[in-house]
Design a binder for this molecule. Structure first.
Ligand code: IYR
Length: 255
């Protein structure tokens, strides 16, 4: 229950969190079992006001061009670029620096196809039964459905798992505080890193596919699927819905 795990925000609990409780709180390590950490001096180069203003605009312009793209080119993407994008995601802050993330990169054609078959099977049930009429109607304007061609076509699938707990060298369980928000933040940084190199993705959250995808990818039971990102260059005939973003005045209040 959340009572014994105060770092689990009840509003953020999902079904994967609840099913995890059965194997939680078992032989948890005490913090004193971990080593002391030295603190070292820190500084960053300071930008002039003009330089900071230009950099803030440039970064906004870059990120404002990001779109969820469902039409991905089969063109290959250098593996080292993907490695660096994931290194970047791994710089995210995390609860007590537990780094509770696993990024599973799939490029094998047959494995991508197995992922597609599994996701399409569940998504067809999602759209036809589980999501309900209102949800399906709300999505109609985005023109999505359960057919996910990008899962075969994209050169890479990145499946991001949150580790609900870790294991210490002595075999005891290590508490991964705030693991869901920590991994969510790393996903945001990953999206920015992809945008920075001209790659596209769509933040897909395949409903009810997590447990089967975990088994397909041979991931351990402490890992729960958070996001599935197909990654590649945009297809030359890619289209996106003509969405508009809220202006600053609608998303910011200044006190
Ligand atoms: N997971 C489904 C449905 C879906 C849900 C939302 I909320 C979206 O913004 C888009 C799709 C799918 O991937 O099709």
């Amino acid at each position: 229950t959340a009572g014994s795990r105060p770092w689990v925000d009840q509003d953020l609990q999902d079904d994967t969190e609840i099913t995890a409780t059965e194997d939680e709180d078992v032989d948890l390590a005490d913090s004193h079992e971990e080593e002391e950490l030295p603190h070292v001096a820190f500084s960053l180069p300071r930008h002039t006001e003009e330089a900071a203003l230009k950099r803030s605009k440039d970064f906004y312009n870059l990120m404002n061009q990001r779109r969820s793209v469902r039409f991905i080119s089969p063109e290959p993407v250098p593996r080292k670029v993907i490695d660096n994008v994931i290194r970047t995601a791994g710089t995210a802050p995390s609860g007590a620096h537990t780094e509770p993330w696993t990024f599973v990169v799939v490029s094998d054609t047959e494995m991508k196809h197995q992922v597609r078959l599994l996701v399409e099977e569940e998504e067809e049930m999602n759209y036809r039964q589980r999501m309900g009429d209102k949800w399906v109607q709300d999505l109609a304007k985005i023109r999505t459905n359960w057919v996910k061609e990008y899962l075969d076509v994209a050169p890479y699938l990145i499946l991001i798992f949150k580790q609900t707990y870790g294991t210490l060298p002595n075999g005891k369980k290590k508490t991964h505080y705030y693991n869901e928000i920590s991994v969510s933040i790393s996903c945001g940084i990953l999206l920015a890193a992809l945008q920075n190199v001209g790659l596209v993705t769509v933040t897909s959250t395949p409903l009810n596919c997590g447990p089967r995808l975990r088994l397909l990818l041979k991931r351990p039971a402490n890992e729960k699927l958070l996001l599935l990102l197909p990654v590649g260059y945009p297809a030359s005939d890619a289209t996106v819905p003509d969405l508009k973003r809220k202006p600053l005045e609608e998303i910011m209040v200044h006190v």
